[in-house]
Design a binder for this molecule. Structure first.
Ligand code: MV4
Length: 451
């Protein structure tokens, strides 16, 4: 087992990882930028190292700064959290070459899943369902281009090979717009990822986003967890996640779990990861979308619904331990909902609202979990994402979970900056959401009036 872990991250996830380490008897090193000197993760860790200025590229994304901090403090493992360097294959290799364990999958897994066309190809070869589409990059001058597109069928979607999370995506509704849309997607992809390669896929009009948490060890064991439904998003930013999905029954849960385990095995996956699927509710079909090769923001939803500590499991499997339980041992203990509270103003197009928090009261009481790094007097810096807190509730069923979440949000008081808290309460009151009918276009279609 690790003796000392450096957490190459900040905010609530750094706090979450430090908590897991403390419970396991592992010493922790926080790294922080200039502007994060007074952050909670710095206070909670056993040691801390300043690694640079506020700009992420000079601190949380600086491989030399982070590796130096690990060497100076004698850390034997690095936990990358999410975002920043968490899916950077080169970083994983540098860690290993310095004799420091990267707490995550292999560089090879990171590379394969980071290339979305390669991921599609691997899944197709392993029998994981994918949407009709190309298994290589699109050549705009290919004489067979229109024939290929016609075979896929319209509407189709053009996606960046290096993309993910919605950047560089364009929908094509008719043949006459195919070439110009591909050109636009290529230009966008080149600007965003320094790689203009794109691929095509059949476009699903109003799917659900359903994802499966995976845990794998170094002894060929792979387990899958009950699904999270993350359909409630705005511009690819998740606002609320829940488990189980209101749209999935036991039969489908078994099938989708099996497909997810297959996907993990296809790249010899290790530690924790998530397979994202698009779910077509009318056809009752699901399709591989992409794999997230990191711990995700919404992991507490799965922890609460199953009672399994995923961060501890991630650390244990990275250290070479066996998982010690099987997919069939995992139970759904109730219904869990998570709301992501951001420092944003919904009435101003969700504009980020950094600044000083003059007073905070967080919810509590039975079956309420709060993962946050904020406190009274904390200043939200301008440099990073706007996630302030995750409020997670569990209840025996979905309806009482919605009531419990509204109760929790009614207790929450954040003074000094605007947050998405009031918007989340409107969302919980929406009939479409309450019926369990929210698809990926829910916010645009049904919440436009309250924004
Ligand atoms: C799709 C799709 C429909 N059909 N692919 C958005 C994020 C990126 N990972 C892929 N995304 C989508 N891919 C096909 N073939 C619809 C989306 C999509 C979406 C997916 C999940 C959650 C919210 C979404 C919002 C808009 C579009």
């Amino acid at each position: 087992m690790f003796k000392k872990i450096l957490i190459a991250n900040r905010g609530e996830i750094a706090v979450r990882v430090i908590r897991a380490c403390r419970e396991m008897g592992i010493a922790t090193v926080a790294v922080h930028s200039d502007v994060d000197r007074d952050s909670l993760h710095v206070r909670l860790a056993d040691e801390s190292v300043c690694i640079g200025p506020g700009t992420a590229s000079e601190s949380y994304l600086s491989i030399p700064a982070i590796i130096s901090a690990a060497e100076i403090t004698g850390a034997d493992g690095i936990h990358p959290g999410y975002g920043f360097l968490s899916e950077n294959a080169h970083f994983a290799e540098v860690c290993e070459s310095c004799g420091i364990k990267f707490i995550g999958p292999s560089a090879d897994s990171l590379r394969k899943m980071g290339d979305k066309v390669e991921a599609r190809r691997i899944m197709e070869n392993y029998g994981v369902p994918v949407l009709p589409g190309t298994f290589g990059s699109v050549d705009i001058n290919d004489p067979k281009l229109f024939k290929t597109a016609k075979k896929i069928g319209y509407p189709l979607i053009v996606k960046a090979k290096a993309g993910g999370g919605g950047k560089g995506m364009r929908v094509v509704h008719e043949e006459s717009l195919l070439k110009e849309t591909i050109a636009m997607a290529q230009a966008e992809a080149k600007a965003a990822f320094a790689n203009g390669d794109v691929y095509m896929e059949r476009f699903l009009e109003s799917p659900r986003h359903v994802e499966i948490q995976i845990l794998a060890d170094a002894h060929d064991n792979v387990v899958s967890f009950p699904e999270r439904d993350c359909s409630v998003q705005r511009r690819h930013q998740k606002l609320l996640e829940e488990s189980p999905s209101p749209a999935i029954d036991d039969g489908l849960r078994k099938k989708i779990g099996k497909a997810a385990r297959k996907a993990a095995r296809a790249v010899k996956y290790r530690t924790v990861g998530t397979i994202e699927f698009l779910y077509d509710e009318k056809k009752k079909d699901f399709y591989f979308m992409e794999m997230n090769t990191r711990i995700q923001v919404e992991h507490p939803v799965t922890e609460m619904v199953t009672g399994i500590d995923l961060i501890q499991a991630q650390i244990k499997t990275a250290a070479g331990e066996k998982i010690g339980f099987d997919t069939d041992d995992i139970q759904i203990r109730g219904h869990v909902i998570e709301c992501r509270i951001n420092a944003e103003d919904p009435s101003r197009n969700f504009m980020p609202c950094p600044g000083k928090i003059t007073n905070v009261i967080m919810p509590g009481g039975p079956w309420v979990r709060v993962d946050t790094h904020i406190y009274s007097g904390y200043t939200v810096p301008t440099f990073y994402d706007s996630l302030l807190a995750k409020i997670i509730v569990m209840s025996p069923d979905r309806e009482t979970a919605i009531r419990r979440m509204d109760r929790a949000l009614s207790e929450m008081w954040i003074e000094g900056i605007k947050t998405t808290g009031p918007f989340h309460r409107e969302l919980l009151a929406n009939d479409v959401f309450r019926r369990g009918d929210a698809h990926t276009d829910f916010i645009e279609r049904h919440m436009a009036t309250v924004i």
